[in-house]
Design a binder for this molecule. Structure first.
Ligand SMILES: *Cc1c(COP(=O)(O)O)cnc(C)c1O
Length: 394
């Protein structure tokens, strides 16, 4: 089922006209489909059936309370990278025991708050963090359940800015140094090692990097057990890609089949931390055309959404589909244009060199009657959002 579609020539989200929402709340706004969020969640829930596994939603993909609540109601845990995210997860009803705290830069004060609320697991990413966490846990008189995130040095085959599992990336502990880190953790009295974690990148469209990384971590788990560590959990991370234009990301079922095969007999409880795959295709950014400015080289369509609303195009050369809210007729001639925001940065664009049907400037008087709306409103299919908050309309 498509949750965003044209009906009678107007783009709708779950049967509600986007133009009607625009009339009520003004533009720009993000609109999410709870149905799409639930459908995405169900794919993972079905995928882990029969496995000893759990799914924690990686909140940095979208930390809107209403979005988190949808997942929480369906039994999700949360993967967080700050105490701010932890508070949001708790506020949205996710039990502390289902929260995993990841990230390279946890402050002592944050670790303390996480231990006080009793998060389920802390994924440690450096020796310095092991020492800090040990000290904080000692102060509180508790033992912290930890995994150590290792960096398996595989190429995820994704954009340089979202690959995380190479030697030169800041994430995790180099797999070749992992045994030393586990030995240190074993000596620290206030830490309890429960497993190993990895997360090799985002927007992966091939299963091979997962297979390669799991094989490496599996070997490491054997060595760690021989060293006397108890390794009960294997946190696989997130990273499954989605379709922006013509990518062919693997199905959840195929992904789970590879994971099940490569972890068979390992005797570990598995954790998955999907983010983008759960929310990336479940929302749209709706923006109004302010004006159209024909230039010598190309036409600029200036809209009221900008790089502060959607940073991905300028940060990663990311592609987002752009569709007019009012469906264009099939025979409409297109014009080549850049879709840009009003910010004083040449990097402020949402799309470049697109062939779109002619777009007209919107009325400046927002009408509260749907019938009198004559504006052209564009939707940019929303995807991954970095640490941002958005208006959510159900
Ligand atoms: C970003 C991140 C994820 C989620 O990645 P997606 O590509 O959104 O699935 C999972 N775990 C960790 C530690 C992350 O940093």
């Amino acid at each position: 089922m498509s949750f965003f579609e044209y009906r009678n020539g107007a783009m709708h989200a779950e049967g509600v006209a986007l133009a009607a929402i625009a009339a009520q709340v003004g533009t720009p706004f993000y609109c999410y489909s709870a149905g799409a969020l639930r459908a995405g969640w169900r794919e993972f829930a079905d995928g882990i059936k029969g496995m000893n596994a759990s799914v924690c939603y990686a909140m940095k993909a979208n930390s809107n309370l209403a979005v988190i609540r949808v997942f929480g109601e369906m039994g999700a845990g949360a993967d967080i990278v700050s105490v701010g995210e932890m508070r949001r997860a708790l506020a949205a009803g996710i039990p502390a025991g289902r929260i995993i705290y990841s990230g390279v830069g946890k402050k002592a004060s944050e670790l303390m708050e996480a231990l006080q609320v009793k998060v389920g697991q802390i994924n440690v990413e450096s020796s310095a963090e092991l020492e800090t966490l040990n000290a904080v846990a000692g102060q509180l008189g508790v033992r912290a359940d930890i995994t150590i995130r290792v960096n398996p040095d595989v190429d995820a085959g994704t954009h340089a800015k979202i690959t995380t599992g190479r030697k030169e990336n800041k994430f995790g502990i180099d797999i070749d140094l992992a045994r030393e880190a586990f030995a240190l953790a074993g000596r620290l009295p206030n830490l309890k090692v429960v497993g190993v974690a990895m997360h090799i990148g985002s927007q992966l469209t091939s299963l091979e990097p997962y297979r390669a990384a799991i094989v490496r971590v599996r070997e490491l788990i054997g060595q760690l057990r021989a060293d006397g560590h108890r390794i009960d959990r294997f946190d696989i991370g997130g990273g499954l890609g989605i379709v922006y234009s013509n990518e062919k990301p693997p199905s959840i079922a195929d992904f789970m089949a590879v994971v099940a095969k490569e972890t068979a007999g390992l005797g570990c409880e598995l954790t998955f931390e999907p983010g983008r795959r759960l929310v990336g295709e479940a929302g749209v950014l709706v923006s109004e055309v302010i004006l159209v400015k024909p230039g010598a080289a190309k036409t600029f369509v200036i809209v009221d959404a900008a790089m502060n609303d959607l940073i991905r195009p300028t940060l990663y050369e990311a592609w987002h589909d752009i569709l007019p809210v009012k469906e264009a007729r099939q025979d409409t001639a297109t014009i080549r244009c850049d879709i840009v925001g009003p910010i004083c940065e040449s990097g402020d664009f949402l799309a470049q060199n697109r062939d779109l049907p002619p777009l007209a400037a919107g009325s400046t008087n927002l009408s509260f009657s749907t019938k009198s709306i004559k504006k052209e409103i564009k939707t940019s299919y929303f995807n991954f959002t970095l640490f941002k908050n958005f208006i959510l309309i159900f």
